[in-house]
Design a protein around this ligand. Structure first.
Ligand code: PLP
Length: 428
């Protein structure tokens, strides 16, 4: 098949009519599928049902240091849960606070704290006329929603194959005192599945921010979410690198078991320097009486240790991998060589990122919706939902069944073709 750009007007018109017919036939099937969010599927959630059996009325409800998890106390998390989450992030337990049911909550609270009280004796961010966050994009829409809500100006940083464009990051961070933070998803980024290279991690650790209260939000949501557990995909440890550069206060690292056990009912954690952790605890004491320690104990009893977590993640990979492979196979068969799109082939995480021809993403998402398939809104992966080129679409293959995935991927490919032809014919 020739590239669409090489077809004559007559060929394009004929193709459009064929594709339109196919589209109308598909519409008649009355599909109702949702690929808009990276949710675990019911069979993935079933993997963790044993979590509900490790504690019962006869269980010993004490931690290894003798605390009764049924009672108040232990704001920083129970020791064994701190150890488990520390092992996921490759840090020491004393640098970890185990939070509630979602890491997003910790991110929100941390930005909120920067706004209201400032970090480590620095002026609260609210006292500036304007402050900025760097937002590597495409990225995670909920990160951008937090900074937008607080009125923080968002600067889009282009994503490259090995992480954010570090020339841009350095230019801002090392020269602009109003740049106070950056959102990073360093492993299997949402939505591209990018793993930051060693060089990128080292350059982050070597930043020389003019703002003493600049912070990296290192959201390691997919730290252990490999699709191919045998492939050794390693992310350099940011804290070890920061130790070498004396920049240990620079990073808040986040993770959770939302996509390990139950989404929205797991445990979350933050890792940070000793000073940052002490300050967080100072404010947390006022904010909450403590997080759910029974859930922390449940998680530890269920997994036992980090090896138990890795074994469990292999079962997730076995469910997710075929779904990703179905999408990628269909894209290869239907779209390869047509010059109308490129897509990522991630080794982990929850998303495939699709780049359409300029000006086509919104129309493709709309067409899919017209035929009964809901996708993440085009533009959602950019600050202010503004994808200037209108090219990026996030595909979330985790939730639907394998058959539904195939139907969806085919419909998506059809919509990409149709919209691209219409674009080339000058119709959109
Ligand atoms: N961070 C990233 C990059 C995500 O993609 C997600 C979920 O999609 C989250 C955080 C949410 O994590 P949690 O459920 O722990 O709030």
């Amino acid at each position: 098949m020739k590239k669409y750009q090489e077809l004559t007007k007559e060929e394009l018109t004929e193709l459009r009519d064929e594709l339109n017919k196919e589209f109308e036939d598909t519409k008649k099937k009355g599909l109702s599928l949702d690929m808009s969010r990276g949710k675990p599927s019911p069979d993935q959630l079933d993997l963790s049902m044993g979590l509900l059996e490790v504690l019962n009325k006869d269980s010993d409800m004490h931690t290894e240091d003798g605390m009764d998890v049924r009672n108040y106390g232990g704001l920083e998390g129970i020791p064994e849960a701190r150890k488990l989450m520390a092992d996921i992030m490759g840090v020491k337990p004393e640098n970890v606070i185990v939070g509630g049911n979602a890491s997003l909550n910790i991110m929100y609270d941390t930005v909120s704290r920067g706004m209201m009280f400032g970090f480590l004796g620095n002026k609260p961010w609210k006292d500036y006329d304007n402050i900025k966050f760097l937002c590597p994009a495409p990225g995670y829409d909920r990160h951008f929603a937090i900074t937008e809500l607080f009125g923080i100006e968002m600067i889009t940083v282009p994503m490259k194959e090995d992480g954010p464009d570090m020339d841009v990051v350095e230019k801002y961070v090392n020269n602009d005192e109003t740049v106070k933070g950056i959102w990073c998803v360093p492993k299997y980024s949402n939505p591209q599945g990018v793993v930051y290279s060693d060089e990128v991690v080292k350059r982050f650790a070597a930043l020389k921010p003019v703002a003493p209260d600049f912070r990296i939000f290192w959201d390691n949501a997919y730290a252990i979410h490999d699709l191919y557990p045998d492939k050794n995909v390693e992310l350099l440890n940011i804290f070890e690198e920061c130790k070498k550069t004396g920049n240990e206060d620079l990073v808040f690292e986040l993770c959770s078991t939302s996509k390990v056990t139950f989404a929205g009912a797991g445990i979350s954690a933050v890792a940070a320097s000793e000073r940052n952790i002490a300050e967080m605890l100072k404010y947390l004491t006022i904010q909450t009486i403590g997080f759910d320690k029974t859930n922390q104990l449940r998680h530890v009893k269920y997994f036992k240790d980090i090896d138990g977590v890795h074994e469990h993640m292999k079962k997730h990979a076995d469910i997710l991998r075929p779904k990703f492979e179905v999408v990628l196979k269909i894209f290869d068969e239907e779209l390869e060589g047509l010059g109308i799109g490129t897509w990522t082939k991630p080794l982990g995480g929850y998303f495939i990122s699709f780049e359409a021809m300029e000006g086509c993403a919104k129309e493709i998402v709309k067409k899919c919706a017209d035929a009964g398939v809901k996708l993440t809104g085009a533009g959602a992966t950019f600050p202010y939902k503004k994808d200037e080129k209108d090219t990026n679409i996030r595909i979330a293959p985790s939730y639907p069944s394998a058959e539904e995935i195939a139907t969806t991927a085919k419909l998506f490919a059809l919509c990409v073709k149709l919209v691209s032809v219409e674009k080339l014919l000058g119709e959109i």
